[in-house]
Design a protein around this ligand. Structure first.
Ligand code: 5RP
Length: 222
């Protein structure tokens, strides 16, 4: 029987087909993306360079000799490949389980196309079982936590974790995520919030979903 890790590998390997030759691409963070990076290196496919969403991804790019560039070096990215903690049928996502949500959202927003890679456990009809990560300026942590409580959430500090940008993360359980577009904006208006892990504006264009029976490519509207 295929394990979750097998499914992550299958999704990561399939994503190589979505990488155009001789273009700049964006690369996310996480164990599914790690399989993609390995598969991309093994494929011998030539890209001009990759913008990384985290220090962890940059380290792996260096290990596999995939050229890294910064967003200042490029005008646009042909595609962004990344995983998700949850993805719904509109391809809106919760991300940030690995704590890289801020740079992930920045790189995603600079990309022409978002290809999400996930195992079947991530595909849900309603977002919200996975606590929503919210990146906060450390000095504003309590202030933001109080605002999140008022919005009906149960924020919990990710203890001992500092993001690549020097911030903290509040993982928020029990939020009503039935209106992801509105909530994404509302959360970012709270003073002290740097970014939140709802990817509704930057929803995926394509989902590569690995199931026990094989890999499915899903687009909104079929
Ligand atoms: C990191 C993320 C990841 O995409 C998400 O946590 C999924 O990770 P994995 O592929 O390890 O299951 O948002 O910030």
């Amino acid at each position: 029987m295929a394990t979750q890790d097998d499914l992550k590998r299958m999704a990561g390997e399939k994503a190589v087909e979505f990488v155009p030759d001789n273009e700049y691409i964006g690369i996310g963070t996480g164990s599914t993306v790690n399989y993609f990076i390995k598969a991309l290196a093994a494929s011998g496919k030539q890209i001009k360079g990759a913008v990384s969403s985290s220090k962890a991804t940059s380290a792996l790019l260096e290990q596999y000799e995939i050229p890294e560039v910064t967003l200042s070096d490029v005008i646009h990215l042909a595609v962004y490949i990344d995983g998700a903690d949850e993805i719904n049928h509109s391809l809106q996502m919760i991300k940030g389980g690995g704590g890289a949500l801020l740079r992930e959202k920045i790189v995603a927003s600079a990309s022409d196309k978002f290809v999400c890679i996930a195992d079947e456990s991530k595909y849900v009809s309603r977002l919200g079982k996975f606590p929503l990560p919210v990146e906060v300026i450390p000095a504003a942590r309590s202030l933001v936590a109080r605002q999140l409580l008022k919005l009906g959430g149960e924020p919990q500090l990710r203890v001992g974790f500092i993001t690549d940008s020097g911030n903290e993360i509040l993982d928020v359980a029990d939020m009503d995520l039935s209106r992801p577009l509105t909530l994404e904006d509302e959360l970012n208006k709270i003073t002290g919030v740097v970014e939140n892990g709802l990817f509704a504006r930057d929803a995926a264009d394509v989902l590569i979903l690995a199931r026990a029976g094989g890999v499915e490519v899903i687009k909104v509207g079929g």
